[in-house]
Every structure is written in structure tokens, then in C-alpha cells.
Design a protein around this ligand. Structure first.
Ligand SMILES: [Zn+2]
Length: 237
């Protein structure tokens, strides 16, 4: 179709003039033919975009998991040493975080009323002491660090250096101190039933993929500071 010659083309705004152009209608036909393909392309692009948006949180979660795994040494999480001012003596050789003292002593009292005698074996341990424990026992037992780490934390990676961890035994069955057999004692059964009331929690249960089961090792989660200290550990399990 020829454009109308009588029309003064220059009176028509540019947009309208091109609309009258013959080549434009060919372009429109081409567009009609190709429109399903364009629609398909658009759909693929939109789908990819929404998939990317949905994937984003998953990627972030994986990233967080990688970070906490990177912080571990032989499966143990890092813990800083508590300042000396926050430590109190509860037994001749046992110091704990002042925040957990009352709860811990109350727990022992209540157990005694039920005829159960809890004995505290180990509380706060400095990073220096943990260093001695980890490296000297390692050589005595002829174990490689990775094996040793299943039963003892490397220095700087022990819950004991926070002052919020306590190893507990049964005063009537001392042969089970620091042994898996402690789980068969009345003390352990009592703790399993009652420790949560006093904000104590078993740190390394049977499902822990890095560290061997330690029925004697309990940690305190009865203050915001304690919860913060064990936040990563609780998130990972
Ligand atoms: Zn312990």
C-alpha cells in the first residue's frame, strides 16, 4: 500500500507517518509469526528469574553452614576463656561461671533429696590446662590428634574454658567417672529427668557426628550470656 500522495507528509507527526509505512506492516506480520518464540523466550527468562529468587535463601543457609564448619577444629567449636572475675570456687579444685553456681548447687541439693549423690569432677579449665590435657594425653595414649579430639577438645575449643560446663559423676559409683558406663548410674538417670529444670543440657549426645558420647558432660544454658556462647553449637545440631 502506497502512502497517500495528497497528504502532506510533513504535517503528520513522525509516529503516525511510520504507521502508514508499508514496510511496517511486513514487520508486524513477522512479529506475529515470531511472537510464539518471543513468548517462549520471555517465559524462560521469567522462570529463570523466579528460580534465582527462590534459590537465594538456600544459598545463604549453605554459606552459614560452611562458615561454622570452617571455624571447627577436628569437629570442635572455638570458645574463648572466661575472665577470672566471673569465676567462683564451688569445691576445693572446681571453679565455675558465677552465673551457673546457684543453679548447679541447687541441682545437687534436689538430687540429694531424691537419694541421688552427684559429684562434680571438673568445671572451668583454662586454655593452658586444656593444652596440657590435649597434647600430653595424646602422646601418652599414642593417638593421633583426630582420634584424641573425639574424646577431648583441643585448647581454645573446650566448653570448659567458658566456665559453663561441668563434668558430673555418681558419688556411689566412682568407677564410672568419665566413662560411657556413667549412663547406667542412678545419677545419670536422675539428670536426664531433671537437669533441664536447672537449665543444664547434655553437650555431646549419641547423635554428635564429631565428638564421642559424654554422658558426664553437661553445660549451663540458663543465662543470655551462656545461650550466646552455645548459639552456634545449638544451631548446628
Ligand atoms: Zn567435660
Amino acid at each position: 500500500m502506497e502512502p497517500n500522495k495528497d497528504f502532506n507528509q510533513f504535517d503528520i507527526p513522525l509516529a503516525k507517518r511510520t504507521y502508514l509505512d508499508n514496510s511496517n506492516s511486513i514487520l508486524k506480520k513477522k512479529l506475529l509469526i515470531f511472537s510464539p518464540f518471543l513468548l517462549l523466550l520471555f517465559s524462560i527468562a521469567a522462570l529463570r528469574l523466579t528460580r534465582n529468587i527462590k534459590l537465594e535463601p538456600l544459598v545463604n543457609l549453605n554459606f552459614q553452614a560452611e562458615i561454622s564448619d570452617e571455624n571447627r577444629i577436628l569437629g570442635h567449636l572455638p570458645y574463648t576463656e572466661i575472665s577470672k572475675e566471673k569465676l567462683v570456687l564451688i569445691e576445693p579444685n572446681i571453679k565455675v561461671h558465677i552465673d551457673m553456681r546457684d543453679s548447679l548447687l541447687k541441682m545437687r541439693e534436689e538430687a540429694k533429696r531424691d537419694g541421688i549423690y552427684l559429684v562434680f569432677l571438673s568445671g572451668f579449665r583454662s586454655i593452658n590446662l586444656q593444652n596440657d590435657i590435649f597434647f600430653s594425653l595424646k602422646s601418652i595414649r599414642n593417638q593421633e590428634a583426630a582420634e584424641r579430639a573425639r574424646v577431648s577438645a583441643p585448647p581454645g575449643y573446650s566448653e570448659h574454658s567458658t566456665g559453663f560446663a561441668i563434668d558430673i559423676g555418681d558419688a556411689t559409683q566412682r568407677e564410672t567417672d568419665f566413662e560411657t558406663e556413667f549412663e547406667n548410674t542412678d545419677a545419670f538417670r536422675w539428670l536426664t529427668k531433671n537437669a533441664a529444670k536447672f537449665h543444664f543440657k547434655l553437650s555431646f549426645n549419641k547423635n554428635n557426628k564429631y565428638i564421642d558420647y559424654e554422658p558426664w558432660h553437661w553445660r549451663y544454658e540458663g543465662s543470655i550470656e551462656a545461650l550466646k556462647v552455645f548459639e552456634t553449637s545449638n544451631r548446628d545440631l
